[in-house]
Ligand binder design. Structure first.
Ligand code: FES
Length: 117
């Protein structure tokens, strides 16, 4: 499957206030009709955003996945069948056939913004 990395941001959409997201966890937001999973790695000051729909069986569950890292690579495991994705580029680390769409994230004035192409 092709890697979907957004390179051109057309619009930064305000998702929510920083404090609305759990520390070292994820939450889903609705942006332009699409559920997007936003992850806050509080300890490292890193944020990520991906599609919330798992490409395996279509469950809206990525934001509720177990997060972690291996060798500095932040990742999330879907709670349904544990397919694990890199949060850097959305690649499935356990099955090459799956890919998450990723979005850039920025923090400004206490709010989280997601970049939409
Ligand atoms: S629905 Fe996510 S791993 Fe199966």
């Amino acid at each position: 499957m092709e890697t979907q990395v957004i390179t051109t941001v057309k619009e930064w959409v305000k998702a929510a206030a920083v404090e609305d997201f759990p520390q070292n966890g994820g939450a889903a937001v609705l942006i332009n009709g699409e559920q997007i999973a936003v992850f806050n790695f509080t300890n490292e000051g890193r944020w990520y955003a991906t599609q919330n729909r798992c490409p395996h069986k279509g469950e809206m569950a990525i934001s509720r996945g177990l997060t972690g890292d291996s060798d500095g690579l932040h990742k999330v495991a879907c709670p349904f069948h544990k397919k694990t994705f890199s949060l850097e580029d959305g690649k499935c680390l356990t099955d090459e056939g799956y890919q998450l769409k990723t979005y850039p994230v920025k923090i400004e004035d206490g709010f989280v913004y997601v970049g939409i192409e």
